[in-house]
Design a protein around this ligand. Structure first.
Ligand code: NAI
Length: 424
């Protein structure tokens, strides 16, 4: 239940974990040079002074560094979890010790998850920062009286951006939201290399399996799927990709993966990983064809990609055989293993993306919040992409931090390219 520290309300597992959380936050900070630079400038310039900001993000070490940067910019920040299983309780404790209210407990049930979300809304934010659009959607459905005070929001992930674009199309979005996910310095790196590596990490930590020689089926060849498939191949697995769209399917084929319908992949696959943003991607027809011992994991935003309800209905017995590994025994004796209840495996079973990619994603978040304040009153309710100047500046700063130099256009080259653009 909610607790009080110097009049600050928070709800976390255990404040005594703050010490270990702080050590891990500092460790992540080493790999977040771009965000560090922003934090230092925010400290000097205070661009978010007076802003109330409610963030609903995975409570990880990287998110903690973002929260500290936003506060350094003058924002009155509150953080709640964007997933019931992804909270790192020690990080939540460290943030509370910093005086930042956190409402998040790893393993919280749906009721607590929504109670925490409502705490974020009752913070009466000027700016929302979402990962999956739960705050935006709950605000619109149940707290519409708060909408007029909102100057803007940001959205971290593909699924959230899809939800917001639907709201905007239907004329239901009441304030401007920046689709951080769509920045090139976000999805090219976070979705691909971050999800790729951390998904392999999550499955490995949950199962301790050997990837070499396994048949890995990756459902969805978008940004996340590309990363997962390439990293699984790097571990020595035979990778099969399934898709519903022709162009990513073609890309997967030309990247050298086997591409086939999921039904055909079922008897072959040892490990199935979904990353589609879609629902019931793996369902009863697929469970019926899988090998004894097949392992299922999801890296898409919501826990609906594997039809867990259908799996439960087909099972005669369900037991937990390792932390975050449930064995479903089917009537014919086959066993199917579901990791992390079908929730984001990279965050539930591992630590989420490495700090180095979150450096860019969260630099986009911080600069987008600053942009919303600068453009206050100028942006109509809609979904906006991160301005290219911000995206490119983050790319430049990241290269600089990696000590990588690139060439500059000569004057002649600039004139040449400009002449094409102007048609002369
Ligand atoms: P994307 O839009 O780039 O790719 C999704 C792909 O899945 C598309 O190519 C689509 O055609 C395909 N697809 C849709 N339904 C399918 C089905 N039934 N079978 C096979 N393929 C299907 O999206 P992105 O960026 O790869 O994100 C995927 C999901 O992962 C989203 O829910 C996103 O929010 C989430 N995400 C998760 C992260 C994590 O840390 N685990 C990080 C970033 C995104």
């Amino acid at each position: 239940m909610e607790k009080d520290l110097n009049n600050m309300k928070y709800d976390i597992k255990n404040l005594e974990l703050a010490g270990s959380g702080q050590m891990r936050i500092d460790w992540a900070a080493r790999d977040m040079p771009v965000l560090r630079g922003i934090r230092e400038r925010f400290h000097r310039e205070r661009p978010l002074e007076g802003m109330r900001l409610s963030a609903c993000l995975h409570v990880t070490t990287e998110t903690a560094n973002l929260m500290l940067a936003l506060r350094e910019g003058g924002a009155d920040v509150l953080l709640c979890a964007s997933n019931p299983l992804s909270t790192q309780d020690d990080v939540a404790a460290a943030l509370v010790a910093h005086g930042i209210p956190v409402h998040a407990i790893c393993g919280e049930d749906n009721e607590v998850y929504y109670r925490h979300l409502i705490a974020a809304i009752e913070h009466e934010p000027d700016i929302t920062m979402d990962d999956g659009a739960d705050v935006v959607s709950t605000l619109h459905q149940k707290y519409s009286h708060l909408l007029p005070r909102l100057l803007g929001g940001t959205e971290e992930t593909t699924t959230g951006v899809i939800r917001l674009r639907n709201m905007a199309r239907q004329g239901k979005l009441a304030y401007p939201v920046i689709a951080v996910n769509d920045a090139q310095t976000k999805h090219f790196f976070d979705n691909r290399y971050g999800t790729g590596q951390s998904t392999i990490d999550g499955v490995t930590r949950a199962t301790n399996l050997l990837w070499a020689g396994q048949h890995v089926v990756v459902c969805g060849y978008g940004w996340c799927g590309r990363g997962i498939a390439s990293r699984a191949r790097g571990m020595g697995s035979h990778v099969i990709v399934t898709e519903v769209a022709p162009i990513p399917a073609l890309e997967a084929a030309m990247d050298g993966f086997d591409v086939m319908p999921l039904q055909d992949a079922c008897p072959v696959g040892d490990i199935f990983i979904t990353a589609t943003g879609n629902t019931s991607v793996i369902d009863s027809a697929h469970f019926a064809r899988m090998k004894d011992g097949a392992i299922l994991a999801n890296s898409g935003h919501f826990d609906v990609e594997v039809d867990v309800i259908a799996l439960r209905e087909m099972a005669t017995e369900v037991s937990t055989v390792r932390p975050l590994v449930e064995e479903y025994r089917l009537t014919d004796g086959r066993r199917i293993y579901l990791l992390a209840e079908g929730r984001l495996v990279n965050l539930a079973a591992a630590e989420g993306h490495p700090a180095s990619v979150m450096d860019m994603s969260f630099a986009n978040q911080a600069l987008s919040a600053e942009y919303l304040v600068k453009r206050r009153g100028e942006l109509a309710p809609d979904v906006y992409t991160v301005p290219l100047e911000i995206d490119e500046e983050i790319g430049r700063l990241k290269l600089l931090s990696m000590n990588i130099q690139i060439d500059k256009l000569t004057e002649e080259q600039s004139r040449y390219l400009a002449s094409w653009e102007s048609g002369t």
